[in-house]
Design a protein around this ligand. Structure first.
Ligand code: GLN
Length: 188
């Protein structure tokens, strides 16, 4: 199994470390920057970062269209924070391009600016014990389309969604030592 991590911008190194920690060998992890890289992989993680930048770079290389095709064919994709924004159908009050993989609307920076970053224990559907959610300029999900399940809430806001093999979390499990969400993703 080859696991892709989008290495365009953001905290992709942390996802690579987390994957190694759950037993994925470095040679089975592919940094994804172009459509060609995508051909090799079985699943893809889009990390946290800056969605305005990544959106432009993905459009420039054509990676956006290539990801849409693979996701439509059933490839599992997990996006954390910026990654979830990129996976959303649309962004509230913005024309910013997304991949539109999950039928959700997100609102960027829903918990405030960088200085308002926080950690909070949250329950995630499918996990027995709560996770330590790390929220950094995190988005909230303001609309869930048909067939999309809200799998976590924080401070009264939806912060994670799942639609089949597609998962978006507005927090960053890759910045903690808890690997259960990485394990869950690898099991899809
Ligand atoms: N606020 C960032 C954005 O809109 C996401 C922040 C993050 O990924 N931690 O792209």
């Amino acid at each position: 199994m080859l696991v892709g991590v989008a290495t365009i911008q953001g905290d992709f190194e942390k996802h690579i470390e987390a994957l190694e920690a759950v037993g994925v060998s470095r040679s089975s992890i592919v940094g994804v920057k172009t459509p060609d890289h995508l051909k090799e992989i079985d699943r893809l993680i889009i990390p946290g970062g800056e969605s305005t930048t990544v959106s432009k770079l993905m459009a420039f290389t054509g990676l956006d269209e290539a990801i849409k095709v693979r996701a439509a064919e059933g490839m599992p994709v997990w996006g954390t924070c910026m990654g979830m924004i990129m996976m959303a159908r649309d962004i509230e009050g913005s024309e910013q391009q997304t991949l539109g993989l999950i039928d959700i609307t997100v609102r960027r920076n829903a918990f405030g600016a960088q200085v308002h970053s926080f950690e909070q224990e949250i329950d995630v559907a499918g996990l027995d014990e709560p996770v330590n959610g790390v929220f950094i300029r995190a988005p909230e999900i303001t609309r869930l389309g048909e067939g999309v399940e809200c799998i976590a809430e924080c401070r009264g806001k939806a912060v994670a969604a799942r639609c089949g093999r597609l998962i978006g979390t507005s927090f960053h499990p890759e910045l903690t030592d808890d690997r259960r969400l990485h394990e869950l993703f690898l099991s899809l």
